[in-house]
Design a protein around this ligand. Structure first.
Ligand SMILES: *[C@@H]1O[C@H](CO)[C@@H](O)[C@H](O)[C@H]1NC(C)=O
Ligand SMILES: *[C@@H]1O[C@H](CO)[C@@H](O)[C@H](O)[C@H]1NC(C)=O
Length: 442
């Protein structure tokens, strides 16, 4: 009684709350798995007792209703006859073309000028769980509309949240290629723990792909999940969260995610706390061991398109083949484009061929964030848009790996004898030229 009275007198002593922000960064049926992962995460949050009004979910929301979906209005995150429909009750707060990187940042920082709906209103007593799933590359992750999210903006946003005292603990699970590059400067005592699907130099993996994407007797025709996401969520589904610690989940998930290196960054001081305290107290669902149906994210478009060509009925073969070929062509164009950018940047160096090879293959560390941001923006704005990859700017799920080339150029400015302005011009010119060629070919 006394406590209640005190709480009424001092509203600031309100009980600690749990919050969750979940974002899927892609669109298109070929990216089915990201929205299935996101809705599954939503379900886990809800079952664990995070209040529905404290969960903010953003995704394009075009997959459940896609004409390609064999189960209209439903999404599945794992195969099987008893696979639950994760779309049922999955409440999407922001959908369609307003889902951008800026919106994600505005929601996190409670900026209601930018986000015209639910925003994170957590306090310094609260725990916050953030989950992002999508394509990425060194220093960047994709959103379904507008430009990518750059590491420098994410880093600034996390600092803003810290200074606005928006959490007691924040746990960020990120699934994307090279996602280990997105948290370069978390402090050991900053109360932020980030766990990523891969290190800064490798792909993450989709899973339940091809023949394995079978639900209730039908093949979905797209991968059902991503390996890291499915592994942590199926672990949560086992319902041991009240007692399981982050350290033990991370170590289990690291073992299961055996195609890439799960990494953790930042404040590990609460790794030994039970997950249920921060994240959830899961419901008990059936355990399905992950099968080895995983595909490197970079190759999912091409391998699914090939799978589709093999499996569609005869009358649809030629359409499926055309799609497969256009994906191959777009990949080749991107390979050539970034090779040319590297070549041109190296034109004035001592050994141009050797220099070009270095720019394409090297794995320099991202230091000059402003330079990298400028070049990555140039690609978004000026490079050809790959319709076969559902891209909205010059980046797509395949070519984001070449973000590393831009990074190498930035770190190599001295050797190349070129400043940012010159590099930026090269990227722009090559992009515009590649676009012109594409248009001529079509
Ligand atoms: C708030 O959101 C608007 C719109 O996205 C943005 O232009 C502005 O910079 C944001 N303010 C802060 C402080 O981040
Ligand atoms: C990775 O894990 C899967 C599922 O547990 C297993 O089938 C596969 O053999 C493992 N692969 C390697 C290379 O360890």
């Amino acid at each position: 009684m006394a406590a209640i009275a005190l709480a009424m007198l001092l509203p600031s002593l309100a009980l600690a709350e749990k919050w969750a922000v979940i974002a899927a960064g892609s669109q298109g049926f070929m990216n089915y798995r990201h929205q299935a992962d996101a809705c599954h995460a939503y379900q886990i949050m809800l079952k664990s007792g995070v209040k529905a009004e404290n969960i903010i979910l953003m995704m394009q929301d075009d997959v459940a209703k896609s004409s390609e979906n064999p189960f209209p209005g439903q999404l599945f995150n794992k195969p099987g006859n008893d696979s639950p429909d994760v779309y049922k009750g999955c409440k999407v707060d922001y959908s369609g073309d307003i889902v951008t990187a800026q919106l994600f940042l505005d929601v996190l920082t409670s900026n209601t000028t930018g986000a015209k709906g639910k925003v994170l209103k957590s306090t310094e007593e609260d725990t916050v769980f953030v989950n992002f799933v999508d394509h990425g590359g060194p220093g960047i992750v994709a959103f379904p509309n507008g430009p990518f999210l750059h590491v420098k903006d994410l880093s600034k946003t996390l600092k803003t949240m810290q200074s606005k005292k928006m959490f007691k603990q924040l746990v960020f699970y990120m699934e994307a290629c090279e996602s280990g590059s997105m948290f370069p400067d978390l402090q050991a005592d900053g109360k932020i723990l980030a766990v990523t699907a891969s290190n800064g130099q490798e792909s993450s993996w989709g899973t339940y792909c091809g023949d394995a994407a079978m639900v209730k007797g039908k093949n979905i025709g797209s991968c059902l999940g991503d390996l890291f996401s499915v592994n942590w969520m199926e672990d949560d589904d086992l319902g041991k969260l009240a007692s399981e610690t982050f350290r033990s989940q991370i170590s289990k998930v690291t073992k299961l995610t055996n195609k890439s290196h799960v990494c953790s960054f930042g404040d590990k001081s609460f790794e030994n706390e039970a997950i249920g305290d921060v994240e959830v107290e899961g419901a008990v669902l059936s355990e399905t061991p992950s099968t080895d149906s995983s595909v490197d994210t970079r190759d999912i478009y091409v391998s699914q398109a090939f799978w589709a060509w093999q499996n569609v009925p005869e009358e649809m073969k030629s359409q499926a083949w055309t799609r497969f070929v256009s994906i191959i062509n777009d990949r080749e164009r991107d390979d050539q484009l970034f090779a040319k950018i590297g070549g041109k940047a190296c034109a004035d160096s001592q050994g141009p061929a050797e220099c070009q090879k270095k720019m394409l293959d090297e794995r320099s560390e991202l230091k000059d964030m402003d330079c990298h941001y400028t070049l990555a923006r140039a690609v978004h704005e000026h490079c050809p848009v790959s319709a076969s990859h559902h891209a909205t700017g010059g980046w797509n799920g395949y070519n984001m790996k070449f973000s590393q080339v831009l990074l190498n150029l930035c770190e190599g400015q001295e050797v190349l004898g070129k400043d940012l302005e010159q590099l930026s011009k090269i990227v722009q010119e090559e992009c515009i030229q590649a676009k012109g060629l594409t248009e001529v070919v079509i």
